[in-house]
Write a protein that binds this ligand. Structure first.
Ligand SMILES: C[S@@+](CC[C@H](N)C(=O)[O-])C[C@H]1O[C@@H](n2cnc3c(N)ncnc32)[C@H](O)[C@@H]1O
Length: 220
């Protein structure tokens, strides 16, 4: 008998962007996991219609810097909570392999919980959904594309296209750098949700403080 954990990407927020596989795997799982964000979790909200009545375990991570010890504890909780011979589903927004907590948990599972099988079910990443919603081309032939969550100006010197996640902290620097380097930009907040907004006006973008937002840039 063994246990299995699925890392599931729930996509950008609208439940219609969940894959059929994600829905089936969640429904077959004995327990649903996600990081605890003050009792809330966007991925769990996206999936809520398909996981009614399932046991939900929200795992606490400290505010600020998360340490290896925290990921170890998360991996222990996952192993403990999945019943023998069954599976669990760890839900992440977008895709699990893009800037997600689950990446660090996998490392710990591979190291210390080898009896738990791991499988990833991809989801539509936020920047792909935002590109579709704002009709912003990501790449064309011969273009180079950069994805980053910790922007510095030097990173865009050799690309024609960029998607910057987690922009809430240093938006002014990002927008100034994009302008200086000849990029047009779009700010996409809550892509695919009813609260979605697409902004191109610099002042309006700077006023917004939403964490669930990103910037797409394209060289003019
Ligand atoms: C921890 S990262 C998770 C990335 C995610 N795994 C993905 O595939 O897109 C969190 C960041 O994703 C971006 N994000 C996630 N969902 C979004 C959405 N619906 N609209 C805009 N940005 C989103 C934001 O930049 C946010 O700060």
């Amino acid at each position: 008998m063994s246990k299995k954990i699925y890392g599931i990407g729930t996509g950008p927020g609208d439940k219609e962007f969940l894959t059929l596989k994600a829905v089936r795997v969640m429904q077959e799982s004995a327990v649903i996991f996600g990081p605890n964000n003050k009792g809330q979790n966007m991925a769990v909200d996206t999936a809520k219609d398909f996981i009614e009545g399932k046991r939900l375990v929200l795992i606490d991570f400290p505010m600020g810097k998360v340490t290896e010890e925290d990921y170890k504890k998360a991996a222990e909780i996952i192993e403990r909570e999945i019943p023998e011979g069954e599976s669990g589903a760890f839900l992440t927004i977008g895709d699990p392999m893009v800037y997600s907590t689950f990446i660090y948990i996998i490392e710990q599972m591979e190291k210390s919980h080898k009896n738990v099988d791991i499988e990833i079910v991809p989801g539509i990443p936020s920047f792909i959904a935002a590109a579709a919603q704002s009709r912003q081309v990501i790449t064309v032939k011969d273009d180079d594309f950069l994805l980053c969550d910790d922007f510095t100006e030097d990173k865009i010197k050799n690309v024609e296209s960029v998607a910057i996640l987690k922009t809430s902290k240093n938006k002014e620097y990002i927008l100034d750098s994009l302008e200086k380097n000849g990029f047009e930009y779009k700010y996409v907040k809550h892509a695919t949700l009813p609260t979605q907004e697409i902004l191109t006006d610099k002042e309006e973008i700077l006023k917004d403080k939403q964490y669930i937002s990103l910037i797409l840039g394209k060289k003019k």
